[in-house]
Ligand binder design. Sequence first.
Ligand code: ADP
Ligand code: TRP
Length: 321
Amino acid sequence: MRVLTGIQPSGDLHIGNYFGSIKQMIEAQNDNETFAFIANYHAQTSLSDGKRLSELTMQAAIDFLALGIDPQKTVFWVQSDVKEVLELYWVLSSFTPMGLLERAHSYKDKVAKGIAPNHSLFSYPVLMAADILLYSPDVIPVGKDQIQHVEITRDIAIKFNNEYGEVFKLPQYKVDENVATVPGIDGQKMSKSYGNTIEIFSEEKKQLKKIKKIVTEQVALEAPKEWKGCNVYNIAKLFLDEEGCKELQQRYERGGEGHGHFKLYLHDVIWEYFRPFREKRAYYQTHQDEVREILQMGASKAKEVALPLIEKVRTKTGIAY
Ligand code: ADP
Ligand code: TRP
């Protein structure tokens, strides 16, 4: 099965991103044909600082390679290195009724938040449709907020296919219902916009400071404690196997340790868990030319898939003459 993912280069990744999507993406590499790209054109809809965008793009590449994207298994590239996506975006625009975009939740939400409604924000789903249809994937793993974008992609593809025959494969979205929502340090869903995140790659002191802020109930040191519903436990269990979870539960039930101890333990567990990723990341930070080479190799592989498709589109629509 061909699985395609687009990654917005949006800065520091947190453990919600890791357990909510990155881990599944890495696992999918083993028994699927995986395609993943950094959506830097999409990032332009909300970022006009060019220096920042180019840094974020490199950072995203480094982070995802460090976390386990294997460029031998996954076609991994930067969106703008395959310019054909912009050509397809234009062609698809003529098959996108205004009403379809006017109904897009993501656009409406962004405008409601006060973001100026410019054209790129409005036509964002058409570019996303081009990203998808150019590579004929079977499945797009998404969070719930992106379902509608894949539905729009299907609507656009159907309209085009009705006109020109079966050019585009209709993609399916996949929402992983087994993935639990990772709680933040305040117990709400962990999210950049709530300021309650624990970053994957922060400095050790900063990480510890965040963990110390995790909201816990006030109980005397000697008293047995509830692990069920405890924010520290709920984060720790993501990193522990069954035995590790049992041991921690027993420490809660035994009493004699406070939440401060469990927080220190959680910090150690997280720090150790990401240690190998951190080392790999440090390597890529100092070998950015190697990262660029990997991305170029990915772009060439992506083009091998994209070019025959775009040729077909050019022929069908009469752009080839
Ligand atoms: P944020 O809410 O911090 O802005 P994004 O919306 O950029 O995060 O999320 C990127 C990916 O990470 C999405 O696939 C999303 O489903 C996943 N994700 C983000 N936060 C969590 C969380 N707290 N629990 C599970 N998955 C999450
Ligand atoms: N819109 C997606 C997001 O915000 C990123 C994205 C762009 C994408 N193009 C895509 C995801 C194509 C999947 C397929 O997360």
